[in-house]
Design a protein around this ligand. Structure first.
Ligand SMILES: [Zn+2]
Ligand SMILES: [Zn+2]
Length: 347
């Protein structure tokens, strides 16, 4: 198959004849049509997250079309449009049985820790990892269901505080842009988005933020004075973002910790969590909420399409991913769109 492969030299390159992932009898083979480029992939390429060893086919945000169905895989047929849940698990350990398969010790995530991901033309998965992609949604929207799933899981855990409350979101990347829309969909009365890049903040305003604050232009203290928020969401992946959440969450409020900042410097004062009567929630995956995410997009409550800032053809993808890893290219969200297999055969 064709694949964008991450190699030992810290670069990705196009391969025309990479081995097809093995499909078991109880699995389906999915021909990938869209694959999101996630900062997790970039951290792996840079060597700052050591989830897998190259050579490796990255990519955990994917959608596609069923290309083959194993003899023991039920409920799916060739040609159906699907969203792929990349989390693979044993299904029988205590974590799996409690609906937390992402904690399974014998599992992992396609493209990240476990097997060949969506930077390749095909992935093999069990039917339990597949969701139908409605005809009204594009493959790129389908690939956005993975980042939506993780942010939705966090929002569900903070739902009671969000409903009828005020929300501040730090970090206008894809996660932050999803969080602010989900906060709105879950009944927040006021949503403020904080960041440092005007292009991303402008996207936030188009997607429904009541107010954006550009930290290059004004300080939080100037902008917010003594305003406090029922929910403060850290989606910037910075220690400063965590500290700002602590500073601007209201007494009795909720902090959502989402971005990873790679720092082992303590950034939460536990006495202040107790003294301010705070609730802290997180989320890394929400196995039970995939269909709900699809429905939120289908119902027009969350716009994932306009978060995708750059669409890359397979032939453009390797150079673009290398540029992102080298910090020469900073798209809000890049999406690799694989050509349809038949088109290639015609060529
Ligand atoms: Zn991701
Ligand atoms: Zn398990």
């Amino acid at each position: 198959m064709r694949a964008i492969v991450w190699h030992e030299d810290g670069r990705v390159r196009q391969a025309a004849d990479w081995p097809l992932p093995a499909m078991e009898d109880d699995e389906a083979l999915v021909e990938i049509r869209a694959e999101g480029v996630c900062m997790t992939d970039i951290h792996m390429i840079r060597g700052t997250l050591d989830f897998a060893k190259p050579p490796w086919v990255l990519g955990h945000e994917m959608s596609g079309v069923i290309a083959a169905v194993g003899s023991k895989a039920k409920g799916w047929s060739v040609g159906e449009r699907v969203v792929v849940d990349p989390v693979v698990a044993c299904g029988s350990c205590s974590h799996c049985q409690r609906g937390k398969k992402y904690l399974c010790e014998s599992g992992g995530e396609l493209g990240t820790t476990y097997g060949s991901g969506g930077y390749g033309q095909y992935v093999a998965v069990k039917p339990a990892n597949l969701y139908r992609l409605p005809d009204t949604m594009s493959f790129a929207e389908g690939a956005m269901m993975e980042p939506l799933n993780c942010t939705l899981g966090a929002v569900e855990r903070a739902a009671a505080a969000i409903a009828g409350g005020s929300v501040i979101v730090f970090g206008p990347g894809p996660a932050g842009l999803l969080f602010m829309q989900l906060a709105r969909a879950y009944g927040a009365l006021r949503v403020v988005l904080v960041g440092m890049e005007e292009e991303r903040l402008a996207a936030g305003r188009r997607l429904g933020a009541d107010r954006t604050i550009n930290l290059q232009a004004e300080s939080l203290a100037e902008a917010l004075k003594d305003e406090a928020f029922d929910v403060a969401i850290e989606a910037s992946g910075s220690v400063q973002g965590v500290q700002d959440c602590m500073a601007y969450v209201a007494k009795g409020g909720t902090i959502v910790l989402y971005g990873l900042n790679g720092s082992d410097r303590p950034s939460i004062h536990s006495d202040r969590v107790v003294g301010k009567d705070l609730t802290i929630v997180t989320c890394i995956s929400a196995p039970l909420l995939w269909q709900k995410g699809i429905e939120l997009v289908r119902a027009g409550k969350v716009n994932v399409k306009d978060i995708v800032s750059h669409t890359l053809s397979f032939d453009e993808a390797a150079a673009a991913v290398n540029d992102i890893a080298a910090n020469r290219f900073r798209p809000v969200k890049a999406m690799i769109v694989h050509a349809q297999a038949e088109e290639e055969n015609d060529a």
